[in-house]
Write a protein that binds this ligand. Sequence first.
Ligand code: UFG
Length: 345
Amino acid sequence: MFNVQFLIHMKKTILVTGGLGFIGSHTVVELIQSGYTPVILDDLSNSSLKVLDGIEEITRVRPIFYTKNVLDTLAVEQILKEHNIDAVIHFAAFKAVGESVEKPLEYYHNNVGGLISLLNAMKKTGVQKLVFSSSCTVYGQPEKLPVTENSPVLKAESPYGNTKKMCEEILYDISKTGQDKTISLRYFNPVGAHPSSIIGELPLGIPNNLVPFITQTTAGWREQLTVFGNDYNTPDGTCIRDYIHVVDLALAHVKALEYLDKTDLNYDVFNIGTGKGSTVLEAIKAFEETTSQKLNFKIGNRRAGDIEKVWADCTKANTVLGWQAKFDIKQMMLDAWNWQKRLEK
Ligand code: UFG
């Protein structure tokens, strides 16, 4: 049985750049399950072809896939034309904050240059709708919490954060020409994995992010997790983040596409989080309780560049996009752990 949404979106073809990455792959699954036809472009620099098998295993659909970098404007143009693309969701980008400090030029070239290349290809082929992967990093340490879309965008803490800020500015300027329609989704902290455990996060080497470090430590891949500082101005002294389940985040992209078809605005921005902050210790407790595992961790020094606390006001996404996060932190941890167990196999 097809549901109504499926019939509405049937046959609309969406180019998903970075579609084999963590958020990209989950979004591809939700697009297929909502009746869209995704076409994936990914250069495999931080992903694996096995993810395509995973998408097929979950959805019974194997999307068309191109091993291409978004900087290859001509290739993107050809794909846009050949598949009569209706809209683009642009994930393809480098995302490691620390690495961006070491390699700023690579980050600007790939992330900002990549967006410009894509926009040129879209302009050439008349594709006008875009959903852009942005980040709550643009808010820095906000003075008022929770942050709304009107909270000030602060000077970026890292070249990575600056690429997100610059890309948003580029999109805003271009929107003023009145031709394109773009939505920037400002993600808070995406975690978890598909509940089937067939796709999830695949960090290369030692993970920088909290949740893969928790699951890998519990699985014995890492010896111990260090909690970066417990002397912050928060209830238990550890940093607060708004963790969001990657499937909820993926669904926000489907809602963003629907909104692009209805809105008269040329540019809009949405916070995508749960609206609930958790400290690092609360996240660890949620993991231990839901998985019945004991995590080996210690308290260490603060990590340079960490924001003390940030969580989202998602009222705008709730009311305008009709989107709401459904999964709580326990479900995020359970799905992340089940995915880790699958990786073991
Ligand atoms: N943390 C630890 N130990 C670890 C790893 C993380 O205590 O081994 C803590 C961090 O100090 C922080 C929290 O867990 O308080 C979350 O850290 P992550 O590295 O998982 O996430 P960040 O909030 O630092 O970074 C995320 C995204 C970035 C994005 C940034 C915006 O990974 O892409 O949010 O704030 F830029």
